[in-house]
Design a protein around this ligand. Structure first.
Ligand code: ZN
Length: 139
């Protein structure tokens, strides 16, 4: 799926705004995420770190939580924005979290404050993935 340039800009601006709310005092690595749901709505999240480090949440996870709580059940695209200059990608755990609400065609876009840097599909970042359909064939 290719996103309309206006939608890309909306996702970019939304994720930049979300990134401002990051709670990342330990790493100093602020991340924002914006998810486009099946109804064309945008849901945002930011990373939320914790003094007990493993309890921290990634931006994609908090954005997914916002989407689900708003009634969204399918992600069409997600834009993740980090500080740069390295290109950010969703961590392995987040790729799997996204897979719960999307198929291989999910568009994943990486950005930084300079703009959009790179784009993939979930199928490229999480090939041969395990998803809800695997559990739909009960004996
Ligand atoms: Zn993650």
């Amino acid at each position: 799926m290719s996103l309309h340039p206006d939608m890309l800009q909306q996702l970019l601006q939304a994720s930049l705004g979300a990134r401002q709310h990051s709670h990342s005092p330990y790493s100093g690595y602020a991340v924002g995420a914006a998810i486009l749901d099946e109804q064309g709505r945008i849901h945002v999240g930011a990373n939320i770190e914790n003094a007990a480090y493993p309890q921290g949440l990634c931006a994609e996870a908090t954005a997914l939580g916002a989407m689900v709580m708003a009634g969204g059940r399918r992600a069409q695209a997600v834009l993740v924005i980090g500080p740069g200059p390295e290109i950010i990608t969703p961590c392995g755990a987040c790729r799997q979290k996204l897979r719960e609400f999307a198929g291989q065609e999910l568009v994943i876009i990486a950005g930084d404050p300079s703009g959009i840097r790179q784009q993939w599909t979930l199928g490229e970042l999480l090939p041969f993935s395990f998803g809800p359909e695997h559990l739909s064939h009960k004996p």
